[in-house]
Design a protein around this ligand. Structure first.
Ligand code: NAD
Length: 437
């Protein structure tokens, strides 16, 4: 009983307080025990600090590998010299010229559109985050090309509201040509977050800043032929259904079209969506078939050519970059002003969607034959079943609406366009430049 009592005596009367025992053995044991507890406590603290330092240290992870986390990157912008460059790049140099913020300017289409606008005397400022979805050195080379013609590309993300607001503070852009996006159909299975980050969150962020700008700019932006998804009615017309996307990429572009409708409806933003059909040409994208077929044919590597069920042909409405640029400029030139100001709509505003294609789908196997002739190398063809990873069997544009409203008239056939691409490819990748990808 007394043993029981002494045991009970060791239970603290108040939490956290221990009654000290007079016995020297227990006293020493308690001292030892408390030193061990302290040692353990400080060891954990020390370990915790090391872990915090490791995970927060910028040098341990300078560039997030997951593009959906690229917004975590910080960019250098601001200051008088930077503002001067921004102003000078966006300065209009022709009568009736426009000042355009081109997002995705270091991209394939963005570079061509920016250069053409600048050439005709418009003010152009680029914006691009230079992500590594494909070889960033190609984006840097495009940037150098634009710099030589007086176009400055601000390095930053369309999700950065502070940066976008600053740009609109420095320049009263009349137009935005929005081309920044996570492109590519198959990559969506690998990194879905990057599509949400750029094509949905980034687009909304851009529209938020545009709606509050004074004056509000008119916006022309790149949707995609992929919105037609599993549609089987040909040729694809703007009136056809677009509610069966076959990839997450397509779904984010379709979401963009609905988001555009909302900002037009609520805030009076003038919005024009352009559904591009498989754009190709010099300075193109290394993730697209015509580009990596060229690379692999030259390397003697076999290329996979997809075939639909029952030996069905896989075909694309390939559209040459110069035709797409003409369509983009015509969309900018015919865009009406936004009607809102200070975030409030003042009247109905223009809302448009156009197909920009070439109206002549070509089987992918014919594309390969043209490349073989131009490269003077026989391709090692590996015929495979079309995998279910987002690609559709064919695309075919009805362009009568763009013809009527934009005066759009594509004029480059695949043979001529590929000849120009191959010439560029051979000169770009010769002279020490390593093959892309
Ligand atoms: N090329 C085609 O065949 C094709 C077809 C249909 C639609 N499109 C659309 O046209 C537009 C241009 O395509 P492209 O072929 O030039 O692609 P691209 O990848 O070469 O260009 C897109 C550019 O946007 C930049 N970017 C991406 N996310 C960004 C972000 N969050 N912030 C800032 N910059 C960002 C990229 O670094 C890249 O330079 C895209 O919207 C694409 O979806 C292209």
């Amino acid at each position: 009983m007394s043993k029981q009592m002494s045991h009970l005596d060791n239970i603290p009367s108040t939490p956290g307080k221990f009654k000290m025992d007079k016995s020297p053995y227990i006293h020493n044991w308690l001292r030892w025990h408390s030193s061990l507890a302290k040692l353990t406590f400080w060891s954990f603290m020390f370990l915790g600090l090391i872990l915090i330092f490791f995970f927060r240290s910028p040098s341990s992870n300078p560039l997030p590998q997951d593009p959906s986390r690229r917004s975590l990157r910080t960019y250098n912008w601001g200051g008088p010299a930077w503002e001067k460059r921004v102003r000078s790049s966006a300065r209009i140099r022709s009568r009736n010229g426009i000042s355009v913020l081109v997002t995705g300017a270091a991209g394939f289409v963005g570079t061509h559109v920016s250069a053409t606008l600048k050439r005709r005397g418009d003010g152009v400022l680029g914006l691009d985050n230079f992500n590594d979805y494909y070889d960033p050195s190609l984006k840097r080379a495009r940037q150098a090309l634009l710099e030589r013609s007086g176009v400055f590309i601000v390095e930053g993300d369309i999700n950065d509201s502070a940066l976008l607001r600053k740009l609109f503070e420095v320049v009263a852009f009349t137009h935005v040509m929005h081309l920044a996006a996570q492109a590519g159909v198959r990559y969506a299975m690998e990194n879905p977050g990057s599509y949400v980050h750029s094509n949905i969150a980034g687009f909304v962020n851009l529209l938020e800043v545009c709606k509050s700008a004074n004056p509000q700019p008119a916006i022309v932006w790149a949707s995609s032929s992929s919105v037609y998804g599993l549609n089987t009615k040909v040729p694809f017309s703007e009136r056809d259904r677009t509610d069966q996307p076959a990839s997450l990429y397509a779904a984010t572009k379709k979401a963009g079209e609905e988001i555009a409708h909302t900002y037009n409806h609520i805030y009076g933003l003038s919005l024009t969506g352009l559904r591009f059909f498989t754009v190709y040409g010099p300075w193109g994208r290394p993730d697209m078939a015509y580009f990596f077929f060229t690379r692999d044919i030259l390397k003697g590597k076999s290329i996979s050519i997809f075939e639909a069920a029952n030996q069905g042909t896989v075909a694309r409405d390939f559209t040459y970059i110069d035709d797409i640029v003409k369509g983009c400029l015509a969309a900018l030139d015919t865009a009406e002003k936004s009607t809102g100001s200070g975030g409030k709509k003042k009247g109905p505003a223009q809302l448009r969607v156009f197909n920009l294609g070439s109206t002549s789908p070509v089987p992918v196997s014919d594309l390969v034959s043209i490349l073989e002739r131009l490269l003077k190398v026989n391709a090692k063809r590996n015929i495979m079943k079309l995998p279910r990873n987002g690609d559709v069997r064919f695309t075919h544009a009805n362009i009568s609406l763009a013809q009527r409203e934009l005066g759009y008239k594509p004029s480059t056939d695949l043979q001529t366009g590929l000849k120009k691409f191959v010439r560029w490819y051979l000169s770009y990748y010769s002279g020490g430049k390593k093959a892309a990808g």
